[in-house]
Design a protein around this ligand. Structure first.
Ligand SMILES: O=P(O)(O)OC[C@H]1O[C@H](OP(=O)(O)OP(=O)(O)O)[C@H](O)[C@@H]1O
Ligand code: HPA
Length: 180
């Protein structure tokens, strides 16, 4: 996609969650996570690359001992339709016997987060918690529910605050939905 089309994508999109709501939601989430996990010395795993922006804002607000790491798993591959799970950076052995907090940008169908949870439990994690910035309202049950949710977004393809549209616009401070 060229620069002009990229700009049009944003110009035609609908604002779903403004930057000030994004910011206050991250702060609220940090408080909730701190209350639950401050005594657990968790391993915090950020799911690259969508969770990079959310994690960067969240982590400095979690002022308790934790071990940080990243995993990389993709299902959408810069498309708007999810396919098979591909692990490019699986979890490391340091999750064995530990409380783990998985941080991701969006819970859509829930397939990615459920696969991550299953893998971590298989690898011996003691307990797996999950924090997602956006939970998409699909109107039906998902294979997993996140423990900590920033905002609920409508059942549309959303982007910004780490989430991409065709690989673009992860850098936006607010969340938008692609034109239907
Ligand atoms: O609930 P699901 O329907 O499984 O979708 C959610 C996943 O999709 C996105 O990842 P993506 O595969 O787009 O990779 P990315 O993090 O590089 O954007 C997002 O970051 C979640 O990990
Ligand atoms: O709506 C979405 N936007 C961006 N990335 C995504 N990954 C799953 N669903 C989405």
């Amino acid at each position: 996609m060229n620069q002009r089309d990229a700009q049009r994508l944003l110009d035609e999109a609908d604002l779903i969650c403004p930057a000030d709501v994004v910011k206050s939601s991250v702060e609220r989430l940090a408080g909730e996570i701190t209350t639950k996990l401050k005594g657990e010395f968790p391993v915090v795993l950020s799911v690259m690359g969508g969770a990079a922006v959310f994690t960067g804002h969240l982590l400095p607000l979690l002022v308790f001992p934790l071990e940080f790491g990243a995993i990389e798993v993709t299902r959408y591959n810069n498309d708007t339709q999810g396919r098979d799970i591909h692990w490019s950076l699986p979890p490391r052995d340091n999750v064995r016997g530990r409380v783990v907090l998985v941080v991701d940008d969006i819970l859509d169908q829930g397939i990615t987060l459920a696969a991550i949870r299953d893998k971590l439990l298989e690898m011996g994690a003691k307990h797996v918690w999950s924090a997602v910035f956006a939970d998409k309202a699909l109107g039906h049950e998902k294979p997993i529910a996140a423990d900590f949710v920033g905002v609920t977004v409508p059942n549309r393809y959303v982007f910004g605050f780490g989430m991409d549209a065709y690989g673009l616009w992860r850098n936006l401070p607010a969340i938008y939905a692609l034109k239907d």
